[in-house]
Write a protein that binds this ligand. Sequence first.
Ligand code: FE2
Length: 218
Amino acid sequence: MSLTLPPLPYALDALEPHVSRRTLATHHGRHHAAYVEKTRALVQRTALEGASLEEIVRSSAMGSPLFNAAAQAWNHAFLWHSMCSGGGGAARGAIAPLIDESFGSHTAFCQQFVTVAGDQFGSGWAWLVLDGTRLRIVATPNAETPLVTSLVPLLTIDVWEHAYYLDYQNRRLDYIAAFLAHLVNWDFANRNLGGAVDRAQAATATSIQALGASTGAA
Ligand code: FE2
């Protein structure tokens, strides 16, 4: 069985003071671990035993116990890479001009991110996604994830209370502001963006080859 809790990509205290060691230890070692364990238990002796986590998320019914556990496991694995020590601030790399193009400015992007993540009622997530050729910020409730849509996730923030309550209590907006100013892993967002561009170019090339074959073109 390949479903295991992925290790954090940094030390437990790497995100301090913005996310404490205590929060990260509980969030990763208990919450994320429980989602992985639940997923593993639910697929035992089913057709999905041996499937990848992404395959399980994509093939389970949204809102079902299996979807909820598997999607939460996938979302959390994505979350850890969305943050890094010394991150945040102005976007860098290929995504920077796309942020300006899609939102008007980095400041406008931050304002919209705070609004979307702050307004998510109850538990959920906010995501920076690629929608076609433009960026968007979307929120998803509970375990829902852009992975099962046409949107390409580039970054996420967890706005379940377990992600911030120990450090910020009910001050979700302070947690979101710290995420934007100090934690966003722009390198991860750029890798996800690059992967999406590569897949789109490969799909276009395949379509052109298929068109050529169907019309007898060389
Ligand atoms: Fe979480």
